[in-house]
Design a protein around this ligand. Structure first.
Ligand code: ADP
Ligand code: MG
Length: 441
């Protein structure tokens, strides 16, 4: 039984639709059900563009949900709530204000007397270890210090609920680690009155290290796909087998790819192709065949070896899987026979294998090749394809996807692209005769 007195945030059936001026509506969130209970830290992981920031903005009262219920302590959220504070990914500080002025800004808006404002501001600055920097300007601070100001600006509100949108992602590894530890200490020692934290993370280990529950978001439309509990006490030992097992579990959920998510399947033009350069794909395949992995790698180990953040790794794994070079199974990347052949081949063979897979498995690549082939001059402006993609994707997403397929197509030499004119064409030797040897089926 749910004790509703224990709920800080309660979302039921939340849906968010953005409407574009010229196109049909874009459903970003669909049927999101979420609860943040007192005493909890919850993290949210998911692909970029899956709607995580949108969800946080809805909870912060910055934007409205299109449908569904959004409650804070049982009350409907209809606009910014003073008990809920948000920390943004980009530091978003006012450059012309000092640290103290930046931190105190939110209190001014609340008509709190000057004296109290000052006390609370200095207290927040102190708690986040910025003492001595009160009169510094943002430009005089390092990235880590600026994010401390961002955090102090939220904490000065003495928020009951703290929302953080990838708060540590713009920081270097060590700085992020320190700031995370500091925040956990403030929380554990009850130095801040905050009763619940929800944060978006781009890093699986960070999410597991900090939170009681990790929620995994799916995309198109965004919804909570799975929840992983982290029943470990703080401080958590990242080297312990219990910790590693949970990290593994999250990796394996995040790489279970339903190729057919809510109507956008891989054989559709609207499929968001992952961002991964041919060079990176080659690098991954070469790494997988190295003796230490021998064709099979645990994902955290592979992320480590390739030195890639999780999000880039996932895109790379998705590209490798779509192209039929690897397969993901329970948190492992496994090199398929074709991947092994690829790894052992020289460049021209690699390119033709890549071309074959592109034409077979990447609908958009095949489509572009066909359009060019059907045209007399075997040329088409990129705008033609961007327009087509915009029936499914936002303008920036359409451009990104086209750019991606172009990088693959050029590597595979199934089509060419002129960066100055933005014209796609069939490679020269290919123009008079379509590549029958490449088009399989
Ligand atoms: P995430 O934080 O998971 O990367 P976002 O919540 O920022 O994802 O965005 C989810 C989707 O909603 C994206 O496709 C984005 O383009 C779209 N989107 C976000 N804000 C707006 C807006 N104000 N108007 C239209 N589309 C938006
Ligand atoms: Mg975001």
């Amino acid at each position: 039984m749910t004790d509703f007195n224990e709920l800080l945030i309660n979302l039921e059936g939340v849906r968010k639709l953005f409407s574009a001026p010229d196109r049909s509506n874009h459903v970003v969130l669909e049927n999101v059900n979420f609860r943040l209970r007192k005493g909890e830290i919850v993290s949210l992981l998911g692909k970029s563009g899956s709607g995580k920031s949108t969800l946080l903005r809805i909870i912060a009262g910055l934007i409205d949900a299109t449908d569904g219920t959004v409650l804070y302590c049982g009350k409907r959220i209809n606009g910014p709530v003073s008990d809920i504070a948000m920390v943004f990914q980009s530091f978003a500080l006012f450059p012309w204000l000092t640290v103290q002025q930046n931190v105190g800004l939110g209190l001014e808006a609340q008509a709190i007397p000057v004296r109290e404002r000052e006390i609370r501001t200095l207290e927040a600055i102190d708690v986040i270890s910025l003492g001595g920097f009160e009169s510094a300007y943002p430009r005089e601070l390092s990235g880590g210090m600026r994010q401390r100001v961002g955090l102090a600006r939220a904490l000065v509100m003495r928020p009951d609920v703290l929302l953080m949108d990838e708060p540590f992602s713009a920081l270097d590894v060590l700085t992020a680690e320190t700031l995370r530890a500091d925040l956990l200490e403030l929380w554990a020692k009850r130095k801040i009155p905050t009763r619940g934290i929800l944060f978006v993370s781009h890093n699986i280990e960070e999410a597991v290290a900090m939170s009681d529950r990790v929620l995994i978001f799916s995309s198109d439309p965004g919804r909570i796909k799975e929840e992983v509990l982290v029943p470990l006490s703080h401080p958590r030992d990242k080297e312990s087998s219990a910790f590693k097992a949970i990290v593994d579990q999250v990796y394996s959920i995040m790489t279970q790819r339903p190729l057919r998510s809510a109507g956008v399947d891989v054989s559709s033009l609207g499929y968001r192709l992952p961002s991964a350069t041919p060079h990176k794909i080659e690098g991954m395949i070469e790494t997988l065949i190295e003796p230490q992995f021998n064709g099979k790698a645990d994902l955290p180990a592979l992320a480590d070896e390739l030195q890639l953040p999780d999000n880039s790794l996932f895109q790379l794994l998705e590209a490798g899987s779509l192209l039929g070079f690897i397969r993901i199974d329970e948190g492992d990347a496994i090199l398929l026979p074709l991947g092994k052949i690829f790894a052992k081949s020289e460049m021209t063979v690699r390119k033709s294998l890549f071309a074959e897979q592109l034409m077979k498995h990447i609908f958009l690549a095949n489509h572009i090749h066909r359009v060019l082939d059907e045209r007399r001059d075997h040329r088409a402006p990129e705008g033609r394809f961007i327009h087509e993609l915009e029936d499914f994707l936002s303008e920036t997403e359409a451009e990104r996807v086209l750019e991606q397929v172009i990088s693959w197509g050029r590597y595979a030499e199934i089509f060419d692209y002129d960066y100055t004119s933005g014209v796609l064409s069939l490679p020269k030797e290919d123009s008079d005769q379509s590549k029958e040897n490449i088009i399989i089926e």
